[in-house]
Ligand binder design. Sequence first.
Ligand code: FPP
Length: 270
Amino acid sequence: MQRKPDLEGFIAPGSRAAELAVRLDLTRLPRHVAIIMDGNGRWAGARGLPRVMGHRAGIESVRDTVECAARLGLEALTLYAFSVENWKRPPLEVRTLMGLLQEYVHREIQTLQKNEVRFRPMGRLQDLYPEVLRDLRWAEQETAANQGLLFQLALSYGGRAEIVDAARALLAELRQGGEGPEAIDEERFARHLYTAGVPDPDLMIRTSGELRISNFLLWQIAYAEIWVTETLWPDFRREHLIEGILAFQARERRFGGIVSMPAGKGVQGA
Ligand code: FPP
């Protein structure tokens, strides 16, 4: 649910975040921001550290970004933490990432509750280690009644895999109801995506300067504005999120039409 922004006590006066925040048009915030968190390995490499230290440092960025999104009153934030392809990484890195997820939910549960954040893992969750999935489900249940930001964490996630999963679920439903292919339209298809019921992202952010979508939310980003920052994920903080939103607000969204619409006033699916 989109709530009133409440940055009091969160943004330090005189900070860069404060300088940027005053330029925000709080009536035209994106409803949903999606972020491809990238650059952890490079961040660690630049410091002569093992790659996993970059992931560990990235948790602080997750914490700051989630709280900032919640304080801004955004409706949804989706972070890409682990792709279906990431299982091909060295076993130690995979194990460390899984352990960090467990550590994150236990350490952050109070902050999530305080900020009324609803936590929701999404992806091919059946592929995760059972003890990791158990902890993620625990955090999901603990925060299920919260009324603020929906924080979706994409895990064992692939945009194509999601579309295939949706097609399978939809086909099973059609068979059961004795319906044919003419019963399929975009709206019905989208009801079978992991993100069913969540507005599509208005803004997609990618860190570390790469200009790729990397199989993230392929269906949902049809009309998203894309903003890429050179900042590596472990250095990403509230001021970067605000900077991305300012860039979004400077764009004109046309949704395939001719009449322009200021960013933040778009009509879902229009
Ligand atoms: C991409 O950087 C990042 C990931 C594959 C993992 C993202 C994970 C975290 C930020 C930490 C865990 C998150 C939570 C919520 C506990 P990369 O390793 O591909 O970086 P590189 O491109 O520089 O090698």
